[in-house]
Design a binder for this molecule. Structure first.
Ligand code: SF4
Ligand code: SF4
Length: 328
C-alpha cells in the first residue's frame, strides 16, 4: 500500500515553524516512516515543477506556514491547494497573519522605505529598492511582486485545519499528524489544539484573584517578577485569559507573560479585541484621567494585542488612503 504523501511549504514567516518540525527530534522518525515527503523546499531538493507534475489531490496533506504577502506565495498556496486533499495552516502566521501581519499597520511604500533606506543598519548609497523587474546588462531580472496587504492563508485559499502557535508546540504537531494518519480528524475548520483558555492550564492560576484590579501596568524589565504569582496580578500584561492553551505554558514557566501566540479559542472572533477588553476590564479606577494614565503604560497597544492576529482581525489593516482615493 502506498504511503500518504505530505508536503511542507514556507510563505511569509521567520522559519521557526520549519524548525518546529525538526524539533520533533527522534519523534520525526516514525512520521518519516509512515509518510512520503514529496515537497519540502527548506530541507529537500524538490522543485515547483515536481508539484506541477502531480495529479490533483495527489498529496494527502500540505502543511503551509507563513502569511501570504507576495505573488509567489499566492501561486504556491494555490498550487498546493489544487494538488492536496488537505491543507493545514501551520502556525500563527498562516492562521492569523502573525508578526509579519503587523506590516498591515503601514503601506507597502513605508515598509520598503524602512527596510531598504531608513533602518539604522542599512547601507544603500544608491537608494535602490527592489522591484518586480530590474534591467541589468544581461537582460531583465524579475522578482515576485510584494503585496500591499499581508493576508492569512484562508484569505487566499480554502484551508481545512489550523495548527496554532509561534511555532506550533511539538505535542500539538504530533497529535495532529497522528489524527491525520489514523483518519480521526474533527470537523473541517477546526483548530487542532485544546479549546480552553491558557489560564486554565497555568500553574499560577490559584494565585489569580477572583476580582483583580490593576493600578499600574509594568513591562518585564521594569520589575523583579515573582516566580509563583499570577503575572497579570503583578501588573504584567499576560494574555493568558484570551489565549488558547496547548503550549504547556512555556513562557509562563520561563517567568514571562503570555503574548498570545496560540491565538483565540473558538468562541472569540477577534483576538485583539478580546484581549483588550479582558485587560481593560481590570483597570482599577473610575476616574477618566487616572484610567488614561494607567493605560498610557501599555506601550504599543496594536503590537501588544494584535501581535499575531492583525490580518485576521475585524480591522484587517490600518486605513491607508491611496493615490487613487481607495483603501490600500
Ligand atoms: S494571567 Fe497568565 S500567569 Fe495569570 S493565571 Fe493566566 S496564564 Fe497564568
Ligand atoms: S505562553 Fe502564550 S506566547 Fe508563550 S508559547 Fe504559550 S501561547 Fe505562546
Amino acid at each position: 500500500m502506498s504511503k500518504p504523501k505530505v508536503s511542507f511549504y514556507w510563505c511569509a514567516s521567520c522559519g521557526g515553524c520549519e524548525e518546529a518540525v525538526v524539533d520533533l527530534a527522534e519523534g520525526i522518525l516514525p512520521v518519516v516512516e509512515a509518510v512520503d515527503i514529496v515537497f519540502w523546499p527548506v530541507a529537500l531538493d524538490f522543485k515547483r515543477q515536481d508539484v506541477e507534475a502531480m495529479a490533483d489531490s495527489e498529496i494527502t496533506v500540505s502543511f503551509i506556514n507563513g502569511a501570504v504577502r507576495s505573488s509567489e506565495q499566492f501561486e504556491m498556496a494555490e498550487l498546493l491547494r489544487k494538488k492536496s486533499k488537505l491543507v493545514i495552516a501551520f502556525g500563527s502566521c498562516a492562521q492569523l497573519g502573525g508578526i509579519p501581519g503587523l506590516a498591515n499597520l503601514f503601506d507597502l511604500q513605508a515598509v520598503l522605505s524602512q527596510s531598504y533606506l531608513e533602518a539604522p543598519s542599512v547601507t544603500n548609497a544608491e537608494k535602490i529598492i527592489p522591484g518586480v523587474e530590474t534591467k541589468v546588462p544581461e537582460g531583465i531580472l524579475t522578482l515576485p511582486a510584494l503585496w500591499d496587504t499581508v493576508k492569512t492563508l484562508d484569505q487566499v485559499i480554502d484551508v481545512d485545519y489550523y495548527l496554532p502557535g509561534c511555532p506550533p508546540p511539538v505535542q500539538v504537531i504530533v497529535d495532529a499528524v497522528t489524527a491525520i494518519l489514523q483518519g480521526k480528524l474533527p470537523a473541517k475548520g477546526t483548530v487542532l489544539a485544546p479549546d480552553i483558555a491558557l489560564c486554565e492550564d497555568c500553574r499560577r492560576k490559584q494565585t489569580k484573584p477572583e476580582k483583580l484590579g490593576i493600578k499600574e501596568f509594568k513591562r518585564p524589565h521594569e520589575m523583579l517578577i515573582d516566580q509563583e504569582k499570577c503575572l497579570l496580578a503583578q501588573g504584567l500584561l499576560c494574555l493568558g485569559p484570551a489565549t488558547r492553551k496547548g503550549c504547556g505554558s512555556v513562557c509562563i514557566d520561563g517567568n514571562m507573560p503570555c503574548t498570545g501566540c496560540m491565538g483565540p479559542i473558538s468562541r472569540v472572533t477577534d483576538f485583539g479585541a478580546k484581549a483588550l477588553s479582558a485587560v481593560a476590564s481590570l483597570v482599577d479606577s473610575e476616574d477618566e484621567k487616572e484610567i488614561a494614565a494607567i493605560l498610557d503604560h501599555v506601550v504599543d497597544p496594536a503590537g501588544t494585542f494584535y501581535r499575531y492576529s492583525l490580518p485576521a482581525s475585524l480591522l484587517h489593516r490600518r486605513y491607508q488612503p491611496t493615490a487613487r482615493g481607495g483603501i490600500a
